[in-house]
Design a protein around this ligand. Structure first.
Ligand code: SF4
Length: 193
């Protein structure tokens, strides 16, 4: 099976139909050339509307951390995005999004990653992606896992989600933007050079 076949099957996926508060609309953007893979949680409502990953303030913050502009983020096929679930899971009564449906990674992730042989760095954005990729190598908390980022380099970089909901976390942990984000920018510059 080819990458384009896997992507076509994902686009047709309706496995969560009836469980989501809307018709499934899978959002994933990867290419055979992808060398840096961004693995977040699941699309939010804005991404569900646009059909493109990270077309929201979280994406703006992520691009700042990466040191890439909006146009390049979508134009450069060496950058790819495949979250732990490809469809917006809906919003819970407290205002946050529901967790990514587990079945999505179980159904699609192994086949998708098999067809991305050039990936040399995966950004593990948030706890769900870290749990999937790191398993027992994860620390007790997301903060401890991100703080131990050097243990997972060069293949993985655990990060907090760039959502505004993590602004307080970033203030409490300034080492992330002082130390980890510059490392990320160096790696991105190297990959895109
Ligand atoms: S979240 Fe994943 S498994 Fe569920 S319908 Fe969307 S693509 Fe399919």
């Amino acid at each position: 099976m080819s990458l384009s076949r896997v992507l076509a099957d994902i686009a047709d996926c309706r496995a969560c139909a009836g469980e989501l508060p809307h018709e499934p609309r899978p959002v994933v953007r990867v290419f055979p050339e992808t060398r840096l893979l961004i693995c977040g949680q699941a699309p939010g409502n804005r991404v569900h509307q646009s059909g493109l990953p990270f077309t929201d303030p979280s994406g703006d913050r992520l691009r700042t951390w990466m040191g890439v502009g909006y146009e390049q983020f979508y134009a450069d096929r060496r950058l790819g995005v495949a979250a732990m679930a490809f469809c917006f899971p809906g919003t819970n009564p407290k205002g946050g999004d529901y967790p990514p449906p587990k079945r999505c990674a179980e159904l699609w992730r192994p086949a998708l990653l098999r067809h991305l042989p050039k990936v040399e760095l995966t950004l593990l954005v948030g706890g769900y992606a870290q749990a999937w990729a790191l398993g027992d190598r994860r620390k007790a908390t997301m903060t401890e896992t991100v703080a131990a980022w050097a243990d997972y380099a060069p293949a993985y970089l655990p990060m907090p989600h760039p959502s505004w909901r993590n602004t307080a976390w970033l203030k409490r942990n300034p080492w992330f933007e002082d130390e980890v984000a510059p490392y990320l920018r160096r790696r991105v510059a190297d990959i895109l050079s």
